[in-house]
Design a protein around this ligand. Structure first.
Ligand code: ATP
Ligand code: BTN
Length: 316
C-alpha cells in the first residue's frame, strides 16, 4: 500500500491530506501515517505539515523493487557482493533470471581477485542468476552478452558512445564505465548456474587514487544525474533479449552485435598472462574467443584468465 501512496504523491506534486489518502485507498489515517513513516525510513523525502498533509519533496533516487519494471528482482541496502548474494539465492533454488541489486557492496569483486569500488546509493551494483543449458567452457560468453546489453543501454539512455573492451569492460571516452564478472557453479559437462555481475558507475562525481584517470561515470561524462532504475530496466531488458536469442541459437547469433561494439578490433593488442600473444585484434569468433592475428597465424584467445592491453595503452 505504501507505494500506492507514493504514486499518488508523485502524481499530485502537492500536499495531500491523510484523510484524502485514506479515502482514496480505503484505509484509516493512522494506517496512512504508518505507511508514510515506512516510506521515510526507506529514504523518500516526504514533508508532513499539520492540516495540509503529506508532500513528496524531491524525486531522489531511492532504489527498491517498486521503482523497477522487472519483477524478478531483489533490492538490498547493503550486501558483501551482489554476485555472492546471487550464488546464495541460486543455491536456494531461485529461478532463471533473478536480478539482485544493492545500494552498496562491502566486498565488491572484479576479475582475477581484484576489487570493485562502491559508492553508496550512487552507482549500480547488479547481478543476474542465469541457468542456461551450456558447458562450463561457454560461460564466459555470458560476460560478452552482458557487455552488449550495457553498451546498448548506455547509448540509448545517454547518447554516449559506449564501446566494449574485450572481454568485460564497457568504455566511454577512453575510460572504464562498467566492469562485468561472470562466476559459475558447474559439474564437469554442464553448468548448474551462472551469476553475471555488472557494475556501472552512474552518479559518482569523482574518482580517487588509481581510478582517477581510469574510471568514468555517466555523471562525469554527461554532467547529468540519472535514476539508477532507468539503467536497470534498460540493461535487464536488453540482456534478457540477447539471452533468449543466445539460448535458442548460440553465441554465433549475437557475435555480430558484439563485434560492432568492440573497440579492440583493428588495433594491436597483447595479452598478459602465462602466454603473451601480440597482434591485431580481428574480433570474436562463434565461441566468443578474440581472434588475434600474429605474424605467423590467427590465434583464438579465451577470456578466462587473460588481460588484454592495447599496445599504445590507450582505449581510444
Ligand atoms: P583487464 O580487464 O584488461 O584485466 P582491468 O584493469 O579493467 O583490465 P578488471 O579485472 O577487468 O581489470 O577490473 C578490475 C579493475 O577495475 C580494478 O583493478 C580497478 O582498477 C578497476 N575498478 C575498480 N572499481 C572500479 C570502478 N568503480 N570503476 C572503474 N574501474 C574500477
Ligand atoms: C571487472 O571489471 O573486473 C569486473 C567488475 C564487476 C563488478 C560487479 S559490481 C556487481 C557485481 N558484484 C561484484 O562483486 N562484482 C560485480
Amino acid at each position: 500500500m505504501r507505494y500506492d501512496i507514493l504514486n499518488i504523491l508523485r502524481a499530485k506534486n502537492d500536499y495531500v491530506s491523510g484523510e484524502e489518502l485514506g479515502n482514496m485507498l480505503g484505509v484509516s489515517r493512522a494506517a496512512i501515517w504508518k505507511s508514510i513513516t515506512r516510506l521515510k525510513e526507506e529514504g523518500y523525502n516526504i514533508s508532513s505539515v499539520s492540516k495540509r498533509g503529506y508532500r513528496l519533496i524531491d524525486n531522489r533516487d531511492v532504489l527498491n523493487e517498486n521503482e523497477v519494471r522487472y519483477s524478478n528482482i531483489i533490492c538490498f541496502k547493503e550486501v558483501d557482493s551482489t554476485n555472492e548474494e546471487g550464488k546464495r539465492q541460486a543455491e536456494r533454488g531461485c529461478t532463471d533470471g533473478l536480478v539482485i541489486v544493492s545500494d552498496y557492496q562491502s566486498g565488491g569483486k572484479g576479475r582475477l581477485g581484484r576489487s570493485w569500488s562502491s559508492d553508496r546509493a550512487k552507482d549500480l551494483y547488479m547481478s543476474i542468476v542465469l541457468k542456461p543449458d551450456i558447458s562450463p567452457m561457454e560461460a564466459p560468453q555470458l560476460t560478452l552478452i552482458a557487455g552488449i546489453a550495457v553498451a546498448k543501454a548506455v547509448k540509448s539512455i545517454t547518447g554516449l558512445d559506449a564501446g566494449i573492451k574485450w572481454p568485460n569492460d564497457v568504455i566511454v571516452n577512453g575510460k572504464k564505465l562498467c566492469g562485468i564478472l561472470t562466476e559459475m557453479s558447474a559439474e564437469i559437462e554442464r553448468i548448474r548456474y551462472v551469476v553475471t555481475g555488472i557494475g556501472v558507475n552512474i552518479n559518482r562525481e569523482s574518482f580517487e587514487g588509481e581510478l582517477k584517470d581510469k574510471a568514468a561515470s555517466i555523471y562525469t561524462e554527461t554532467g547529468q544525474k540519472y535514476r539508477r532504475s532507468i539503467f536497470i530496466d534498460e540493461i535487464v531488458s536488453e540482456l534478457m533479449k540477447y539471452y533468449r536469442l543466445y539460448c535458442k541459437s548460440g553465441f554465433s547469433a549475437v557475435k555480430e552485435d558484439y563485434n560492432s561494439l568492440c573497440i579492440n578490433i583493428g588495433r594491436i593488442v597483447r595479452t598478459t598472462g602465462n602466454k603473451a600473444i601480440k597482434g591485431k585484434a580481428l574480433g570474436v569468433n562463434d565461441n566468443g574467443e578474440l581472434l588475434i592475428e600474429t605474424e605467423t597465424s590467427i590465434v583464438p584467445v579465451l577470456s578466462g584468465e587473460v588481460s588484454l592491453r592495447l599496445e599504445d595503452n590507450k582505449y581510444i
